[in-house]
Design a protein around this ligand. Structure first.
Ligand SMILES: Nc1nc2c(ncn2[C@@H]2O[C@H](COP(=O)(O)OP(=O)(O)OP(=O)(O)O)[C@@H](O)[C@H]2O)c(=O)[nH]1
Length: 665
């Protein structure tokens, strides 16, 4: 089972998303179906891609990419609805486009949030990427995960005005997709290659999301002002209306002062009708005689007939009447009316024209519900619900528009002696009209910037690694070349020198000799260590080798000082050539060589004697004398030196320079 999960875990998790889509369709509200459909459109190409990766790449990969491209269309359209200016495509057009999906459901209530649309887009992008090992796959996955988490945070901790929230099936599907991608990518990813770029861009993204949240919150606050403005406007209109009606009531009461006497019933009805026609919310306009005090007239008469003659001070709610009978305009709170119903009664004193004494009062019964209904009649009314409450009872409510935003604003108002709460709540449709596109644009621009930053850092890292690799290879190559050059030089040196003494060998010597100017004197000296075999035999080969080296070194010093070249001729024999030197001087150097070795005083096995050399020397200025010929002559001279007792320099007779040196014995 573990092995199966390790090999096909990504596919299994994506497969699990399918039953979640089906279950989600039944379990969630219709508003979520668009989101589920979008999610399913992301699941299918991912599924095809996982299968393609494992079994049928040639056939299924193009199919998956085609499905992903098709799924891009609705997702990009939804994204467009957040960012395209209303002048280009207005809200109604988006609604019409998407209402094909779900009939009669308003667009704003079925549109997923921009965070989730972007998260799905990034997940979809993974199907469109040419290969999962491509450097951008991790950032797409990380962005999808971060956006989903941000949406959940917004949904649970902050107020939102909108969009469909993630229900359990959708959350499950998105997390299954994220997990399956993480499993698919993980084994292929070398974290150090993407780690720095990913960490930097994710940090930028978190900052970006905080900024977006701030902008979005501001936007919601701004949009919410719509309801507050509505409440404030209504409150102001109410204040103005009360002022106007108050003045009308005053004028109405004063008009009886000038008439004198008790108003006649006909006159009362006539004038009260005119007032009531103008102020439709004045339910009853009554005249209260100070005597009693009793209601003498009431308009409209038909509904108020039982009130006539009614002793009004018996009503305990009517505290305002004593005030008006003392000459002060007054009002009650919200009271139960004698003829049933509730209302606020405003009183105005009616005075005697001559004495100015209060004869009675005009009472105006105002129905607050009708008053508010009269005020709440603007054209925009359909986008708001206005409610008026008093002591917890709703006394007025306007028609409720569809999809209220649940964002309500209230003001406290006073009418008569009572406080009323006036609240307005806008519909989503109204709020969306005012919604700014700025937060969505900030988010999208920021994500593009974050994506670019990742690419820049990732490719910079890759290039730097490649560059370092090339630098290392270059360094190694240079080391190799240097080693080979050294080896080559060693081989060349060995081809021309003797390893033991470090002297040039015969080949080098003959090449050097060949380059000499044959028109001048050339002296060839052949030198041989005397009785060297005995040194080897008695003192051992290592001592023999050491003596060879020391002899060679001393001879070379002298020959080089004379401007010549010394080479090892073979075994314990050396050959020297002194160019451009008169024979006498050459013979002299020959003698110096002999003495030089003698002077080394290298002890032999028999402690009385030291190592010596014998030499044969030939000087010539004949250009036709070859090296071979000169060596032969020198060898003969050397032979003679040996015969003559060794430790001698024998100069070839042809040059007639005689012999030099001293006898051994
Ligand atoms: N240790 C050592 N011995 C060498 C080397 N090359 C040649 N020999 C020895 O040099 C000796 C040469 O001996 P011989 O040619 O008989 O002559 P010799 O003993 O020097 O006697 P004379 O030349 O007649 O004085 C031999 O024993 C060689 O083995 C070498 O590179 N190292």
């Amino acid at each position: 089972m573990r092995a199966l999960f390790a090999r096909h875990g990504d596919l299994l998790l994506t497969l699990l998303a399918l039953p979640c889509v089906v279950a989600g369709w039944w379990l969630t509200r219709p508003q979520e179906h668009l989101l589920l459909a979008m999610t399913a459109m992301v699941v299918l190409p991912r599924l095809a891609m996982h299968v393609a990766d494992k079994w049928h790449p040639h056939f299924l990969k193009p199919v998956a990419m085609a499905m992903a491209t098709i799924a891009l269309i609705p997702l990009l359209s939804l994204l467009g609805s957040f960012i395209l200016p209303d002048t280009l495509v207005d809200y109604g057009q988006w609604s019409a486009l998407f209402n094909h999906w779900l009939d009669r459901v308003p667009f704003y209530s079925l549109r997923p949030s921009i965070l989730i649309i972007l998260a799905l887009l990034f997940l979809l992008l993974l199907s469109l990427l040419p290969s999962r090992s491509g450097g951008v796959a991790p950032i797409a996955l990380a962005m999808a995960a971060t956006l989903t988490v941000m949406h959940l945070i917004e949904q649970h901790w902050f107020r939102s005005l909108h969009e469909v929230s993630l229900s359990t099936p959708t959350i499950l599907i998105i997390f299954l997709l994220l997990a399956s991608e993480a499993i698919a990518q993980w084994p292929q990813r070398r974290m150090e290659a993407v780690g720095v770029a990913l960490a930097a861009s994710m940090t930028v993204m978190v900052v970006l999301l905080i900024l977006w949240h701030y902008h979005n919150d501001q936007n919601i606050r701004e949009v919410n002002k719509v309801a507050r403005t509505r409440v404030d406007a209504l409150s102001e209109r109410l204040g103005q209306e009360i002022n106007v009606s108050d003045q009308a009531m005053q004028r109405f009461a004063l008009s009886w002062d000038s008439a004198g006497g008790l108003p006649s019933s006909r006159a009362w009805t006539h004038r009260a009708r005119r007032l009531a026609e103008h102020f439709g919310y004045m339910e009853t306009i009554a005249y209260i005689d100070r005597q009693g005090p009793r209601i003498r007239h009431a308009f409209p008469l038909q509904s108020n007939q039982p009130l006539l003659g009614h002793h009004v001070l018996s009503s305990e709610d009517d505290q305002a009447l004593p005030g008006v009978l003392q000459g002060r305009a007054s009002a009650t709170g919200m009271v139960n009316l004698t003829n049933g119903g509730r209302g606020v009664i405003f009183y105005q004193p009616v005075r005697d024209l001559d004495s100015a004494a209060v004869r009675g009062a005009a009472a105006f019964v105002i129905d607050p519900a009708r008053l508010f209904a009269t005020l709440d009649n603007t054209r925009d009314g359909g986008n708001f619900r206005v409610r008026v409450m008093q002591d917890g009872d709703t006394i007025y409510s306007s028609k409720t528009p569809k999809n209220l935003s649940m964002l309500e604003h209230c003001n406290i108002l006073q009418l008569g002696q009572s406080n009323f709460t006036l609240c307005a709540e806008a519909s989503y449709a109204r709020l969306f009209d005012d919604r700014s596109k700025l937060p969505a644009i900030v988010l999208l621009t920021g994500l593009i910037f974050t994506w670019m930053l990742y690419l820049l850092m990732y490719f910079h890292h890759r290039l730097r690694r490649r560059h370092n690799g090339i630098k290392d290879a270059n360094y190694r190559l240079r080391g190799e070349v240097e080693k080979r050059i050294a080896l080559q030089q060693e081989v060349e040196w060995l081809a021309q020198h003797d390893e033991l003494t470090g002297l040039p060998n015969r080949r080098y010597f003959s090449q050097w000799f060949g380059r000499l100017d044959a028109s001048g004197f050339r002296t060839v000296i052949l030198l041989d260590i005397d009785h060297f075999k005995q040194i080897n035999d008695r003192m051992g080969h290592p001592t023999g080798d050491e003596y060879l080296q020391r002899v060679a070194h001393r001879l070379q010093e002298i020959v080089t000082a004379g401007g010549g070249l010394l080479a090892r001729f073979g075994g314990e024999e050396f050959i020297a050539c002194l160019p451009e030197m008169p024979p006498e001087r050459a013979a002299d150097i020959g003698e110096q060589l002999r003495r030089g070795i003698e002077g080394l005083a290298l002890p032999r096995h028999d402690s009385n004697t030291t190592v010596t050399i014998s030499a044969g020397l030939i000087s010539t200025r004949r250009a036709s004398d070859t090296l071979m010929a000169l060596i032969e002559i020198a060898d003969q001279a050397l032979y003679r030196a040996k015969l003559a007792g060794r430790n001698r320099v024998e100069v070839a007779g042809a040059m007639d320079t005689g012999t030099s040196g001293r006898q051994d014995d």
